[in-house]
Design a protein around this ligand. Structure first.
Ligand SMILES: Cc1cc2nc3c(=O)[nH]c(=O)nc-3n(C[C@H](O)[C@H](O)[C@H](O)COP(=O)(O)OP(=O)(O)OC[C@H]3O[C@@H](n4cnc5c(N)ncnc54)[C@H](O)[C@@H]3O)c2cc1C
Length: 234
């Protein structure tokens, strides 16, 4: 039998109640950034030096972005559909392949938020505050009931011979899906600058935070320069 995505994934960071970001493969290093820049002078470093670290900080500061494109991160992500809709808006330097609800039966797994909040202020400048405990419980119960009802209807339709691509139409945005996501360090930084940010919705921020931890692990000098520069992608 073919293994499911979870069973093959290593380097997995759990996100939300059932989601994750897993690093499935990577070819990413600070040295590759340095050497992409040093090729301008037909030169190459074999290992990182202080001078090379300074070069990365210069490239980040002056927004010489292309040397940061010669790396590769391949992630497997499990996320609710409303998060995926936000994520897949990121086009430049990102590739995606998603589990198909046309070809296989979807699983009854949906997100029920722990952090139930209310929004205060104007559009574009909302702040969010936790609701009272009884409102939180009631909201969680509502979201659970709606998802269960929708999934029961999905299964009933499948039993009656309705195509998966039709039966899925009533499923909620909270349903989890899985996808491959590949990007380069520059596009990952752009994603993190927008989504691992106070302005972004809490749930996608959790995914961006998990992905950024892999950037920090594999490219510590680049990541430090990104943070020091105000989290602006070069
Ligand atoms: C807090 C927040 C709120 C948002 N709210 C909404 C919303 O209400 N509605 C909504 O529809 N979206 C919303 N978005 C999505 C947002 O508009 C972008 O689609 C998303 O953040 C991807 O950003 P991007 O286009 O810079 O990234 P990418 O698609 O990865 O593009 C990266 C960069 O490449 C360049 N580029 C890419 N494509 C083009 C192009 N076609 N033409 C010119 N330059 C291009 C741009 O410089 C761009 O910044 C929101 C995003 C955030 C972070």
């Amino acid at each position: 039998m073919v293994a499911t995505i979870e069973e093959t994934a290593e380097n997995t960071v759990a996100v939300l109640d059932h989601g994750f970001v897993a690093l499935d493969g990577a070819l990413a290093s600070d040295l590759a950034v340095v050497n992409a820049a040093r090729v301008s002078f037909n030169a190459r470093s074999e290992e990182m030096s202080e001078r090379d670290e300074g070069l990365i900080r210069f490239l980040m500061r002056d927004r010489h972005g292309s040397p940061f494109e010669h790396g590769y991160f391949r992630f497997i992500v499990k996320a609710p559909i409303f998060v995926v809709r936000e994520h897949h808006r990121h086009r430049a330097g990102h590739s995606y392949n998603e589990w198909s609800g046309r070809y296989s039966k979807l699983e009854a797994e949906y997100y029920v938020p722990d952090y139930v909040r209310t929004q205060v202020g104007k559009p574009g400048a909302y702040s969010f505050e936790p609701v009272e405990p009884e409102v939180r419980e009631a909201a969680r119960e509502e979201l659970t009931a709606v998802a269960e009802q929708a999934f029961d209807a999905y299964e009933r339709m499948l039993e009656q011979g309705v195509a998966k691509e039709v039966a899925r139409m009533g499923l909620p945005l909270s349903l989890y899906t899985k996808y491959f996501w590949s990007c380069n360090p520059r596009s990952l930084m752009h994603f993190c600058s927008l989504r691992n940010s106070e302005q972004a919705q809490y749930e996608i921020r959790e995914y961006a935070r998990a992905a950024e931890a892999f950037l920090e692990r594999l490219m510590p000098v680049t990541h430090a320069a990104f943070v020091a520069g105000g989290r602006v992608a070069p």
